[in-house]
Design a protein around this ligand. Structure first.
Ligand code: SF4
Length: 351
């Protein structure tokens, strides 16, 4: 019987990509990289990682920073709650742990925004604890190698995968093995067309032997998407425009945006003029609404957003606009952290 964990760690030694977070066991760097990699591919995540570490080189720098600075670096990665949680955790660690990450999984998992995956990664990579990391790559490798057909979405399924991964650890360095399985899933045992012909585990692979590669791991149930309709108003007042901060518990919390009217469907120009909020904003004004609006469809993991952007010119200000929005020079807009959807719009305008 092959020593699977040794094969995997040997394979890792020879095939791993050189990545900056692999050159350190520093829990701060591991934490930053793991949170970034939860929502992006390695190639895209790399530049975010470098910029993040350059701006906030350690937990103290992150804790003492302003959330707007963090969101600015995070801009484009999505899942902004993760950035907000990192700020909360950084402050918590500085205030209550002298800026030092705890070593045990049970303590790490108590930190805001640190789930099973991140706690396991930090505990194993930084502190050599036997805590298996389960991500999509690991699920796939284990499901195929051992023929596990349980869903990864149930608690029972996850426990089965976790126990298998734990058994694999034996006396192997847990941090290295965790990274080896993830990398093996990324490069060798890929979702489509895994490179079985050069796989060092082909002789023990259940899925290969039973011709089950395309059906393992079990397919995930599709997430239901909510459909939303956003009507944005890009108000031009001389060289200035108006923005607001999103403060509600919704997507893009704490990011900035131009005035937004969410409706049950996109508003035509006729409907826009009749809209109550518009009436309130532009009462006593004579706005010029440019008839050529821009439509952009934006897809998030749980939401599909149909957006329409109107450009409106005004010569005077109403109380509503003055009191409810922040006036900013148009050329300073880029200094604010805004959702990717808005960035797409401004990029289109620049063309
Ligand atoms: S033989 Fe193929 S399916 Fe099995 S572990 Fe190797 S690459 Fe993955």
């Amino acid at each position: 019987m092959k020593d699977i964990s040794k094969v995997l760690t040997d394979w890792y030694t020879h095939n791993k990509r050189d990545l900056p977070w692999r050159e350190t066991k520093n829990a701060y760097n591991i934490w930053v990289s793991e949170i970034i990699l939860q929502q992006t591919r390695v190639n895209q995540g790399l530049s975010y990682y470098y910029r993040f570490i350059e701006k906030f080189p350690d937990i103290f720098a992150l804790a003492s920073s302003d959330i707007d600075e963090i969101l600015k670096i995070w801009q484009g990665l999505g899942y902004y709650s993760r950035a907000r949680n990192m700020h909360i955790t950084a402050k918590d660690l500085v205030e209550n742990y002298n800026g030092i990450f705890p070593e045990e999984y049970s303590e790490l998992i108590q930190l805001k925004g640190v789930g099973d995956y991140t706690a396991s990664a930090i505990a194993s990579i930084s502190f050599n604890k036997k805590t298996p990391v389960l991500d999509g790559n690991v699920f796939r490798v284990l499901a195929r190698l051992f023929g596990i057909s349980e869903s990864t979405q149930t608690k029972t399924g996850k426990d089965i995968f976790k126990n298998n991964a734990k058994e694999l650890m034996g006396n192997t360095n847990p941090g290295i093995l965790n990274q080896a399985i993830m990398e093996f899933g990324s490069l060798q045992c890929t979702p489509l067309n895994p490179d079985c012909s050069s796989c060092p585990l082909i002789s023990v692979c259940f899925a290969y032997k039973h011709d089950l590669i395309s059906s393992l791991p079990a397919k995930k149930q599709k997430i239901k998407q909510t459909i939303r309709y956003f009507n944005y108003l890009y108000i031009i007042y001389g060289n200035e425009t108006f923005i607001e901060k999103r403060t509600k518990n919704d997507i893009w919390k704490l990011l900035y945006q131009i005035p937004l009217i969410e409706t049950g469907e996109l508003l035509s120009l006729t409907d826009l003029i009749k809209n109550k909020k518009i009436e309130e904003m532009f009462s006593n004004l004579t706005p010029t609404i440019e008839p050529d609006y821009i439509d952009i469809k934006h897809i998030l993991s749980h939401q599909k957003i149909y957006s329409r952007f109107y450009r409106i010119r005004i010569d005077n200000l109403s109380n509503t606009i003055l009191n409810e929005y922040i006036k900013v020079p148009v050329e300073k807009l880029s200094e604010y952290s805004i959702p990717v959807l808005l960035r797409k719009y401004f990029n289109l305008l620049d063309k």
